[in-house]
Design a protein around this ligand. Structure first.
Ligand code: CTP
Length: 369
């Protein structure tokens, strides 16, 4: 039985990046032997085990062959005669298909080290095409390693284009797509993820609404800003979809099965954008409408995120409007429902009185602007 360090840890070490998780491949062993050595089997589909002390993952060397379409339908074969090279060959990119022996020797049958030197994201073999998720993974690695100068190798781009033409992307389940988008939004250059998807034709299948010249560049510049400001996932996502119409944003985020906070902020940002953009001066009624629609009174934290998304979505010349919203909010917040109740207002009339007084306070605050 032999043990090798594989995948991301070997790649990141060669890149001089911090190593997060260490994954291992074991050859020449059976599940029974692993269990006898105290390893705990996890995962029903693959023979993967946890080390009794380090809790790191040890997988028996395996091959995978595709049977059906999309992400499902792999036949896994694992036995003591599966070699390390067999296991590395089923992997996506050459930079992810290197291993290291316990003595520190590099095992690199597919030229991963050279691709690191030439800054290339290159597929290991035609088996890349068996898993459409790899298109998204490659785009995500491009987004992560872009600052180091990495690009997708032309043959890999050609293969990805071919996979897209064959309709492979349609077979991905929404949850997996979202998982990759979510991770991509936090990579070093999130915009590169969408550029690579656009280049290979996958963007039209995944978020078609973004795939137009002006919309695409507006989306990317808003996303760049949200990334620069270290925004949360929901803020980054809302910035990305900010050039879409509210209806487009709503149906796409639903189809993508984005989490509720992302759907919610995307909906709010896109629905308020037109109102804010058409407002040309400090108008108390429009400002209160926006504050009401954002339900700032009960959703203060969400409002803060909304301002961050709008900050990235609005052109520079319109940034002043965010200051107006803040002042209006501050003024309106000074209205005390309790005081109005003490004056005898209740029910519907109380609501109307609060609204009227908020409007008045916002108007007064305008005079102080
Ligand atoms: N892998 C693959 N195809 C996939 C998913 C994973 O070939 N669809 C392989 C890659 O060789 C990868 C390894 O499995 O290196 C482990 O995958 P994962 O843990 O998802 O990624 P890492 O490469 O470790 O990258 P990250 O730093 O993002 O965790």
């Amino acid at each position: 039985m032999k043990t090798y360090l594989v995948g991301g840890a070997v790649r990141d070490e060669l890149l001089g990046l911090p190593v997060k998780d260490r994954d291992w491949v074991v050859t020449g062993a059976t599940p029974e032997e692993m269990r006898q050595r105290g390893f705990k089997q996890v995962g029903a589909d693959f023979p993967v085990f946890l080390h009794p002390d380090t809790r790191e993952e040890y997988a028996l060397a395996r091959t995978e062959r595709k049977q059906g379409r999309g992400y499902h339908g792999f036949t896994v074969y694992s036995a003591p005669d599966v070699t390390l090279e067999d296991d590395l060959k089923r992997r996506d990119l050459t930079i992810n298909a290197m291993a290291k022996t316990t003595h520190g020797e590099l095992v690199d049958p597919f030229g991963g080290r050279e691709d690191i030197q030439t800054l290339s994201l290159r597929h290991v073999s035609e088996a890349f095409a068996e898993d459409p998720l790899r298109i998204l993974r490659t785009a995500r690695f491009a987004a992560r390693l872009q600052p180091l100068g990495f690009t997708v190798a032309e043959p890999t781009m050609a293969l990805m284009r071919h996979m897209v033409k064959e309709g492979e992307v349609e077979h991905l389940v929404a949850e997996r797509v979202w998982q990759e988008i979510q991770r991509a939004l936090h990579e070093n250059e999130p915009g590169t993820f969408f550029e690579v998807l656009r280049d290979c034709g996958a963007l039209t299948r995944i978020v078609p609404e973004l795939d137009g010249g002006d919309t695409f560049s507006a989306a990317l510049s808003a996303l760049r800003c949200a990334h620069h400001n270290e925004g949360e996932t929901s803020t980054r996502f809302a910035a990305l979809v900010s050039p879409l119409t509210p209806a487009e944003a709503r149906s796409r985020t639903k189809k993508l099965k984005a989490p509720n906070d992302c759907q919610d902020l995307a909906r709010l940002t896109t629905s308020l954008m037109p109102q804010i953009r058409t407002m040309t001066s400090y108008r108390a009624d429009t400002l209160l409408e926006v504050l009401d629609e954002a339900d700032v009174w009960r959703r203060a934290a969400r409002f803060t995120e909304l301002l961050k998304a709008l900050n990235c979505a609005l052109p520079d010349a319109e940034q002043i409007k965010l200051g107006w919203l803040e002042s209006a909010r501050h003024a309106a917040m000074s209205v005390q429902a309790k005081e109005l109740m003490a004056q005898g207002y209740k029910g519907k009339e109380l609501g109307q009185a609060i609204h009227k007084q908020r409007l008045q306070r916002i108007s007064e605050s305008q005079q102080r602007q």
